[in-house]
Design a protein around this ligand. Structure first.
Ligand SMILES: Cc1cc2nc3c(=O)[nH]c(=O)nc-3n(C[C@H](O)[C@H](O)[C@H](O)COP(=O)(O)OP(=O)(O)OC[C@H]3O[C@@H](n4cnc5c(N)ncnc54)[C@H](O)[C@@H]3O)c2cc1C
Length: 305
């Protein structure tokens, strides 16, 4: 029986692990992929304190991992499939077997929200991508499209313009909402062409992306756009599936916690981007992880199972 299982090895989970080990808990952290979560997609992190001039996402995570291993945090590359409450504690079914624990911290982060159009699922990884830093270089000298109306879409369009021959920014509104300076940066980039007031209604291609079907939101007119890649930035969805039947979620599926990261189920805590929070950044995930571990440790005194 573990004191604490931390699910997710992004900045929230790693920080929870450091605090848990230092509090003397018998803890294990499970990560289903690579440590670092979404930070691995950040080409450069310029707002995390302690790194004047910035640091690449992978380098920042390497430091966090080194720190976690140095304090002795057990890290297992394993996926948690199910959490079942049992006599006041929890049984977790993982890819490798089962484990019981007194408390759990859900630090599973978020994933990209899909567009939900014909062709997207079939061509995922064959020209449909959700990560410019991961896949942008595959599209050297080829035309690509970025779909989305937020900051991430604008940022990624700039990033992709380093490689691609042309970047179409398919935008749902008439103009980008961002600051005037950002608008003029887009206008000055000769490789980026804004396609305003437009939605994507389909992605074409047999074995790879060949183009998009676009619909003008004002006129209703449709047309094809020839591109070899499409990068989707239409929002995020929380990885809260493990506890969706156990704890309270908001209407978008984010886990609701109090300021000690307690969910509505005693013994289950949540930290970082997966919870309802006004800001999703490394600094806030780290803060949540620390708080969750400290309050999990306090909770354990009241657990008998
Ligand atoms: C392109 C990009 C650039 C960004 N740039 C910045 C920046 O410059 N500065 C900044 O502060 N923030 C930035 N962010 C935001 C930052 O990455 C997130 O706020 C932060 O990673 C959240 O940390 P987290 O620990 O909550 O979740 P995540 O980092 O998402 O980590 C969650 C982890 O949980 C794992 N997991 C999920 N389900 C399971 C399961 N069932 N079993 C085991 N493991 C599981 C996932 O594999 C993942 O590794 C950026 C994000 C993106 C996408």
């Amino acid at each position: 029986m573990k004191d604490l299982v931390i699910i997710g090895g992004g900045p929230g989970g790693l920080t929870a692990g450091i605090y848990a080990v230092r509090s003397g808990l018998d803890v294990v952290l499970y990560e289903r992929g690579a440590l670092g979560g979404n930070v691995l997609n950040a080409e450069k992190v310029e707002n995390y304190p302690g790194f004047p001039g910035g640091i690449s996402g992978p380098d920042l995570i390497a430091r966090m991992e080194e720190h976690a291993r140095q304090v002795g945090l057990p890290i297992e590359f394993n996926e948690v499939h199910e959490i079942t409450p049992e006599n006041g504690c929890f049984r977790l079914r993982t890819r490798e077997g089962e484990v019981s624990t007194r408390t759990v911290i859900i630090a599973t982060g978020t994933g990209p929200r899909p567009l939900g159009v014909e062709g997207e699922e079939r061509l995922r990884g064959r020209g449909v991508s959700y990560c410019a830093v991961c896949d942008g270089a595959f599209f050297r000298d080829q035309p690509v499209a970025v779909v989305g109306g937020g900051d991430a879409a604008v940022e990624e369009a700039h990033y992709l313009s380093r490689f691609a021959s042309k970047v179409y920014l398919v935008h749902p509104r008439a103009t980008i909402r961002r600051f005037r300076v950002e608008r003029s940066r887009i206008e000055k980039n000769p490789k980026i062409e804004m396609i305003p007031n437009t939605e994507v209604t389909g992605i074409k291609g047999d074995k790879a992306v060949e183009g998009l079907v676009l619909k003008n939101r004002e006129s209703g007119e449709t047309r094809d756009l020839q591109v070899d890649g499409v990068f989707v930035y239409v929002g995020i969805k929380p990885n809260s599936y493990l506890v969706e039947k156990l704890v309270d979620l908001d209407d978008r599926g984010f886990i609701i916690t109090d300021d000690r990261m307690r969910t509505s189920w005693p013994g289950i805590f949540a930290a970082g981007d997966v919870r309802r929070t006004p800001l999703r950044q490394i600094a806030t995930a780290v803060a949540d992880g620390a708080t969750a571990a400290i309050w999990a440790e306090k909770q354990i005194a009241h657990v008998s199972c």
